[in-house]
Design a protein around this ligand. Structure first.
Ligand code: AP5
Length: 213
């Protein structure tokens, strides 16, 4: 699942994976979890995340490669936040060898809506989940306090969007000619986006096998 910060990749990837019993791999969640555990490499990556920059390709590709090598990835998986550069997209094509098809869905949302969503977002400080509006001050899953995500501050969001346009948007061109590429409107209520996502993935998965290769 592709899209700029705040497009709803995490929300939709979570729903899609849960409904199908598939593994969800979110590189952002993996990094945040490793930072919480004070993993030294992840703490180095945090400096870049704090500035709204991307983490080094080699590190991210190694994370995804290791995760895909485990048996729970065999039935299929949902990728949230990866790939984000042409180098990562090229590596993913290699990792997909013998698997597939790779369906790519780009979630499109106007920038002013992204800014509003990210300014309003609260997450659980303990389990990291996005808080729905009905959670006032505590997490409905684990009771943790709700906080602002460390990279959702004004200056950092601007940089994340800039980095998205410079480094991630070019991979839309990388995928656009493929029969398994779809674009959906993410500026709709979450359930409507979920329905569009289901339809897009279903339709793209039915693209003739030989055209997917
Ligand atoms: P990452 O965690 O991937 O963040 P991101 O891409 O900036 O995306 P977000 O989590 O902000 O937004 P989202 O699109 O998932 O939307 P969400 O569903 O949460 O990456 C963070 C950092 O890690 C990067 O900046 C980078 O440094 C590093 N990193 C990660 N992967 C990397 C990689 N591959 N390479 C290099 N570096 C990497 O929704 C956002 C908000 O909107 C929520 O509050 C949600 O409730 C709300 N919302 C969602 N859908 C809707 C809707 N339809 N209507 C109204 N509100 C909605």
């Amino acid at each position: 699942m592709m899209g700029p910060p705040g497009a709803g990749k995490g929300t939709q990837a979570g729903r899609f994976a849960r409904e199908r019993g598939l593994l969800k791999i979110s590189t952002g969640d993996i990094l945040r979890e490793a930072i919480k555990e004070k993993n030294p490499t992840a703490l180095e990556a945090k400096a870049r995340m704090d500035r709204g920059e991307l983490v080094d390709d080699a590190m991210i590709i190694a994370i995804v490669e290791e995760r895909l090598a485990r048996p729970d990835a065999d039935p299929g998986f949902v990728l949230d936040g990866f790939p984000r550069t042409v180098a990562q997209a090229t590596a993913l094509d290699h990792l997909m060898d013998g698997r597939g098809p790779l369906v790519v869905v780009d979630i499109v949302v106007p920038e002013e809506v992204l800014l509003r969503r990210l300014a309003a977002r609260r997450i659980c400080g303990d389990c990291g989940v996005n808080a729905p509006v009905e959670w006032i001050s505590a997490c409905g899953n684990c009771g943790g306090a709700l906080v602002t995500r460390f990279d959702d501050g004004d200056g950092v969001v601007g940089e994340r969007l800039k980095v998205y346009h410079l480094q991630t948007r070019p991979i839309v061109e990388f995928y656009a000619g493929r029969p398994t590429f779809r674009t959906i409107d993410g500026n709709q209520p979450p359930d409507v986006v979920t329905a569009s996502m289901d339809a897009a993935v279903c339709q793209a998965s039915l693209a003739p096998r030989e055209a997917q290769l």
